[in-house]
Design a protein around this ligand. Structure first.
Ligand code: SF4
Length: 492
């Protein structure tokens, strides 16, 4: 879509709105010829001391409309004025879209990853739950159903934040290997068959990084409240390799783990789960595992490149049940290739029969580099995905689950969301911490993204480990310098 700006250069705001409302449309910055062209937008901004006004003239498939949104600016700091300008431009673009197409996207004009953060912020500022919900519905045009969901998850984050101290952190340990690559994946995860020789050196490097990080955490006086081992698929490692990593974690952090009430390991691919590996996890006090079938439909498993059958998932769940983990999560994805609303319903119903206390329902996100895009696989349309989610919410609520964290990604089918559902007391705090950016996350492993968070200063800084296992193994100095920055962040 051709874009023309007058009186501002809010490219990011307009491009995010474009992506949200017109998936697949790319911004083009060339002069518009309104009489000859069918898809374009002119976005203007005018302001004086007291007020600002955004005007959007939007033309889509030859039909056009103009919409404007004013905001008060009097007495605002330059930073606040900037925020209001962005809001007004986003709102005018959204309202023009809505008036032109008659569509109301589930999350209204919100384009970000964490729509419920607005609720958490409002509650923290002393607003009532009703006012927080009204903010979503009236100011950001979120549909009542999504606003209600965000109120529940934003409230869970508000409560989790209250129990965190200024030196409380979470730890992430990444294992970027998987048995095969799923069709929807763009993660740097390597198929273990192709990269077998990298695994042992990777485990050595990871254990060494954890040892140094644990020392740093103890010396800095940090307390680990939750640890999450993800990937990739951590259970791609052998039982002795898992033992080595978990032992390194326990030894290195030692007393910094006294307040750690949660250790989670993703045992994502059922074909990597064995009784021996689960026994190792249990012996190290792992509280929670996540088994991620994504679907229970045989044809869908094949279409996404999984090598296991629904029977393997059942066997893995049987092994997990024998070990008696306090919490087990299952992940499902709505919108996978070959799936239907009926198939998704069967998958969810089957997961509920397992009696796990956590179910995470994702919506398919189309990621660059995924096989779905590269090979042009057929996926269910937004209506079918909407039907899947329409089934999921009441079915989960009827079975005693409530939503406790949610997030959105770019290019999601139908512009919906991912939601973690739990039975009472089964919340995975790590998921809340990371999604709501409540505390720092110290990350270990290739592709690790360390986040330093100071909620009192609304300050967030990031450091990244080398992306690929080989590079990570060969360049330990980068991870070490990230740890030094982490310590320095807490020395201020
Ligand atoms: S299990 Fe997860 S990380 Fe591994 S290939 Fe599949 S989607 Fe990617």
């Amino acid at each position: 879509m051709k874009l023309e700006f007058h009186g501002h250069d809010e490219r990011y705001t307009v491009e995010q709105s474009l992506l949200n409302l017109f998936p697949g449309e790319l911004p083009v910055y060339e002069p518009i010829r309104p009489m000859e062209e069918t898809n374009w937008a002119v976005v203007s901004w005018r302001e004086d001391e007291k007020r600002g006004r955004a005007c959007v003239e939007l033309c889509w498939q030859g039909k056009s409309v103009a919409y404007s949104r004013g905001v008060p600016l009097e007495g605002r700091t330059p930073y606040e004025r900037e925020g209001r300008r962005r809001y007004a431009i986003g709102a005018a673009f959204f309202l023009a879209y809505q008036s032109l197409t008659g569509n109301t996207p589930p999350w209204g004009m919100l384009t970000g990853v964490r729509p419920d953060k607005l609720v958490t912020e409002a509650l923290t500022a002393g607003k009532t739950p009703g006012a927080a919900r009204e903010l979503l519905e009236k100011i950001y045009y979120v549909t009542p159903r999504r606003a209600a969901l965000a109120l529940e998850t934003g409230t869970a984050a508000f409560k989790a934040a209250k129990s965190l101290g200024p030196r409380d952190i979470a730890v992430y340990i990444g294992v970027p290997f998987c048995p095969t690559r799923c069709a929807y994946c763009s993660f740097v995860s390597q198929s273990v068959e192709k990269s077998f020789s990298l695994v042992d050196p990777y485990v050595d490097a990871l254990a060494a990084e954890i040892e140094a990080g644990g020392r740093m955490a103890r010396e800095t006086g940090l307390r680990v409240r939750a640890m999450y081992m993800g990937g990739g698929t951590p259970t791609t490692l052998t039982a002795p390799q898992l033992d080595r990593v978990l032992a390194a974690f326990e030894t290195a952090f030692g007393p910094a783990l006294d307040a750690c009430g949660e250790i989670t390991v993703e045992a994502g691919r059922p074909d990597t789960i064995t009784a021996e590996k689960l026994a190792v996890l249990k012996a190290h006090g792992v509280h929670r595992i996540s088994v991620n079938p994504q679907t229970m439909e045989e044809n869908v498993l094949r279409a996404i490149g999984r090598r296991h059958s629904p029977g393997d998932i059942e066997a893995a769940m049987g092994l997990a049940a024998n070990c008696g983990f306090p919490h087990v999560n299952m992940d499902l994805i709505a919108g996978l290739p070959e799936d239907t609303a009926e198939g998704f319903r069967r998958s969810l119903d089957r997961c509920l029969e397992f009696g796990t206390n956590n179910v995470t329902v994702h919506t398919l996100a189309l990621k660059k580099g995924s096989r779905i895009l590269l090979e042009g696989l057929t996926i269910p349309g937004p209506e079918a995905v909407g039907e899947m989610l329409d089934h999921a919410e009441p079915a989960l609520r009827a079975a005693g689950y409530a939503p406790y964290y949610l997030y959105r990604q770019k290019y999601m089918s139908g512009s919906f969301e991912n939601i973690g559902w739990t039975r009472p007391g089964g919340e995975c705090l790590y998921n809340i911490y990371i999604m709501s950016e409540l505390c720092s996350i110290l990350s270990f492993g290739a592709g690790g993204s360390t986040k330093m968070v100071d909620p009192s200063r609304r300050l967030i800084q990031r450091r990244f480990n080398p992306k690929y296992p080989k590079e990570y193994t060969e360049r330990p100095e980068k991870a070490r310098s990230n740890q030094a920055d982490f310590a320095a962040f807490y020395a201020r």
